[in-house]
Design a protein around this ligand. Structure first.
Ligand code: ITT
Length: 193
């Protein structure tokens, strides 16, 4: 089976991606590849940060690998927190503080529309390929649910009646930005001769 190092330290992302791939590829997170480091995300776009993560890991290992950078873009906030989603309320990254800051920033705002966006950067045989996925939805008025990670307790995807935090991984994967980007990567990988 083809192995791919997944350049992340986020266990929830690993779970979601393994569940979506349903055993078709062997996914090796950084912890299992023996790489203990937080890769910087210094850029202003998801795409550049994703490329940075995969190229750092490729330079270290020489192995086929991929990374993803994702973020929540809220229309009424001009696309914030966007590329800064993980550290919206400052360092170190704190999901509870990020959510509180977001709900506060949206206090009294009627337009709750938002979207999650993911860019995957895959390095295969030394060449980079990118894939994108997005999930439109809306920000709730209050925290609802305790599953998932990040902004899941305050995001209801379009076409659903509850937040990501109230869904199983499989249910979230029917809507998620990460799943859509992953499907694009998967069609590419499966279509290769
Ligand atoms: P890695 O960089 O190690 O992959 P990370 O958690 O730092 O993990 P990102 O840099 O991609 O991940 O930051 C994305 C942030 O956006 C993440 O911390 C969440 O706050 C938010 N986010 C992304 N996808 C999400 C999802 O599916 N559900 C909820 N929040 C999400």
């Amino acid at each position: 089976m083809t192995s791919l190092i997944f350049a992340t330290n986020n266990k929830h992302k690993v779970e979601e991606i393994r569940s979506a791939l349903a055993g078709r590829f062997r996914i090796i997170p950084l912890s299992e590849a023996g790489i203990d480091r937080d890769i910087p995300e210094p850029h202003d776009t998801l795409g550049e940060n994703a490329s940075e993560k995969s190229s750092v890991i490729h330079a270290l290992t020489g192995a086929d690998c991929f990374s993803e950078d994702s973020g929540l873009e809220v229309n009424a906030l001009g696309g914030a927190p966007g590329v800064r989603s993980a550290r919206y309320a400052g360092e170190p990254s704190d999901a509870g503080a990020n959510i509180r800051k977001l709900l506060h920033a949206m206090d009294g705002i009627d337009d709750r529309s938002a979207r999650f966006r993911t860019i995957i950067s895959l390095i295969l045989e030394g060449k980079e390929y990118t894939f994108e996925g997005e999930c439109p939805g809306k920000i709730t008025l209050d925290i609802d649910g305790d599953g998932g990670f990040g902004y899941d307790p305050v995001f209801i995807p379009e076409g659903a009646d509850r937040t990501f935090a109230r869904m199983t991984i499989d249910q979230k994967n029917r809507f998620s930005h990460r799943r859509k980007a992953l499907d694009a990567m998967l069609s590419f990988l499966l279509g290769k001769p």
